[in-house]
Design a binder for this molecule. Structure first.
Ligand code: DAH
Length: 398
C-alpha cells in the first residue's frame, strides 16, 4: 500500500467538503459563492477520484506485474498493455484525472502515478524481450538442419560449353603461373591497332572489318584479344607471362563458319632475352594436348603475316578423320589450321614504351573453332543456339 492512512483521511475530507458545497449551491443564496463552490466541488471530486484511482493502481500493481510475467504470447501481452496503458487504459485514465487537479496535488499524486507507469512499462518491455527470445530458441530447436540427408535431386542447369572450355584454359594457365588478364570490349584504336604496329590506313585494318562506335572516332569493338597484350606490356613488369580471353567482334555475316561475335584466347611470353620460336612451339603443343585431351600431338608452323609479329606463323595440327569424326593425333594424315602466332615485333615493344632489349612470343586462337574441332559441331551457330536439348547435352559433357 503506497498511500496509507493519510490518503484515506484526505479522501474522507474531500468527500465531506463535496457534500457541504453541494448543499450551499442548492441553497443558491449568493451567486459568486455558487460559482466558487462549483469550482471547489469540481476539483474536489476530481481529487477524490484521483486519490481513489491512485490507490487502486498501487493496490493492483502486484497483480498486474503477475499478469505481465505470466503472459505467454506477444498478443496476450499486447492485450494487458492496452488495458493499462492504452487510450482508455487504467493508468492513462488516471493521468487524465490527474490533469484536472491543482498543482500541489498534481505533484504528489503525479510522482506516484508515474512510478506505477514506469514499473509497468519496464515489466512489459522485459517480458516482451523474454517472449521474443523464447520464440527464437523454439524456432532454432524445431528448425534444425540434418546435413546428412541426401540432397534434393533435380535439374539445376549447367554451364555453357564456352564457359566450360574457357574455365579449363584459364585454370591451365593459372597453374602454369600465367596472369589471366581481361581488357575492355569497347577499345581504343591505339590498343587494338596502332600499338600493335597497325597504323591508320594500314591494309591490315581492312581485313578486320571493324565495328566503330558512332561519334567516337577512336573507339571500336575490339577485333581481337591481342589488344590486351599491349595493356600487359605497358603495365606489368618483366617477365610477362599472360593470357587474355574473351569476346571479340568483326563485321562478318553469321554463317556456318563466321559470327560477328566470337571468342579468342591470346597468349604472350616476354623477357629481356632467351625466348625463341622453340619455346612457342613447345607451349602450343602442350596447350593443344591439354585442350584436346590427347598426348600425341604434332604441330607445324607455316609462314604467315601479322603486323605485330616477326616472324609470323600459322599454326597447324596433325589430325585423322575416323568415322566422320576428327581426331587430333600424331599419326594423322592431314593438317588442321588452329590459329596465328609468332615472335613479338620490335615495333610493338617500342609502341608500348619498353626500353632496352625485349624478346617474346605470342599466339592467338579462336575458341569456337577449337570447340568445334573438339566436339564435332560443324556449324558455329549451334554454339550460340538456345535449344535446351543442345544446351543440356553439352553442359553434361564436362
Ligand atoms: N590477333 C590475330 C587475329 O585475330 C591472331 C594472332 C596472331 C594473335 C598472332 C597473336 C599473334 O597474338 O601473335 O587474327
Amino acid at each position: 500500500m503506497f498511500w496509507g492512512s493519510g490518503c484515506w483521511f484526505c479522501a474522507q475530507i474531500a468527500q465531506s467538503v463535496e457534500q457541504e458545497t453541494e448543499n450551499l449551491c442548492v441553497a443558491g443564496s449568493i451567486p459568486a459563492l455558487g460559482t466558487m463552490c462549483f469550482f471547489l466541488r469540481f476539483s474536489l471530486s476530481s481529487f477524490v477520484r484521483c486519490v481513489a484511482m491512485s490507490e487502486e493502481l498501487e493496490n493492483n500493481l502486484d497483480h498486474w506485474m503477475e499478469t505481465i510475467a505470466e503472459a505467454s504470447s506477444i498478443s496476450e501481452l499486447e492485450k494487458t498493455k492496452a488495458s493499462l496503458l492504452g487510450r482508455s487504459g487504467i493508468i492513462t485514465t488516471a493521468f487524465k484525472e490527474l490533469a484536472k487537479l491543482p498543482i500541489e496535488e498534481k505533484k504528489n499524486l503525479g510522482e506516484k502515478l508515474n512510478n506505477v507507469k514506469l514499473a509497468v512499462e519496464e515489466a512489459i518491455e522485459n517480458r516482451l524481450s523474454k517472449i521474443k527470445e523464447s520464440i527464437i530458441s523454439d524456432k532454432l530447436k524445431s528448425e534444425t538442419l540434418d546435413i546428412t540427408l541426401p540432397c534434393i535431386s533435380g535439374s539445376f542447369g549447367g554451364s555453357h560449353i564456352l564457359t566450360q572450355e574457357m574455365r579449363k584454359v584459364r585454370d591451365y594457365y593459372h597453374s602454369k603461373g600465367f596472369l589471366v588478364l581481361d581488357g575492355p570490349e569497347i577499345e581504343k584504336d591505339f590498343f587494338n591497332f596502332d600499338a600493335l604496329n597497325i597504323p591508320k590506313h594500314h591494309p591490315a585494318r581492312q581485313s578486320h572489318d571493324t565495328f566503330y562506335v558512332d561519334d567516337f572516332d577512336e573507339m571500336l569493338l575490339r577485333t581481337h584479344t591481342t589488344c590486351v597484350q599491349v595493356r600487359a606490356l605497358m603495365n606489368t613488369g618483366f617477365p610477362v607471362r599472360m593470357i587474355s580471353m574473351g569476346k571479340t567482334y568483326r563485321n562478318d555475316k553469321l554463317d556456318a563458319t563466321h559470327s560477328p561475335m566470337f571468342h579468342q584466347v591470346d597468349g604472350l611470353v616476354v623477357d629481356r632475352c632467351g625466348i625463341t620460336m622453340g619455346h612457342l612451339k613447345n607451349e602450343l603443343k602442350k596447350f593443344i594436348s591439354m585442350f584436346f585431351e590427347v598426348d600425341d600431338v604434332e604441330i607445324r608452323f607455316r609462314p604467315s603475316y601479322f603486323p605485330f609479329t616477326e616472324p609470323g606463323v600459322e599454326v597447324d595440327c596433325r589430325y585423322k578423320k575416323e568415322g566422320g569424326k576428327l581426331r587430333i593425333t600424331k599419326d594423322g594424315d592431314d593438317w588442321l589450321e588452329l590459329g596465328g602466332a609468332g615472335m613479338v615485333h620490335p615495333n610493338v615493344f617500342k609502341n608500348c614504351g619498353i626500353e632496352g632489349t625485349a624478346q617474346g612470343f605470342a599466339f592467338g586462337l579462336g575458341l569456337e573453332r577449337l570447340i568445334m574441332l573438339k566436339t564435332g559441331i560443324s556449324d558455329i551457330r549451334n554454339i550460340y543456339d538456345t535449344d535446351v536439348r543442345w544446351l543440356r547435352y553439352f553442359s553434361s559433357l564436362a
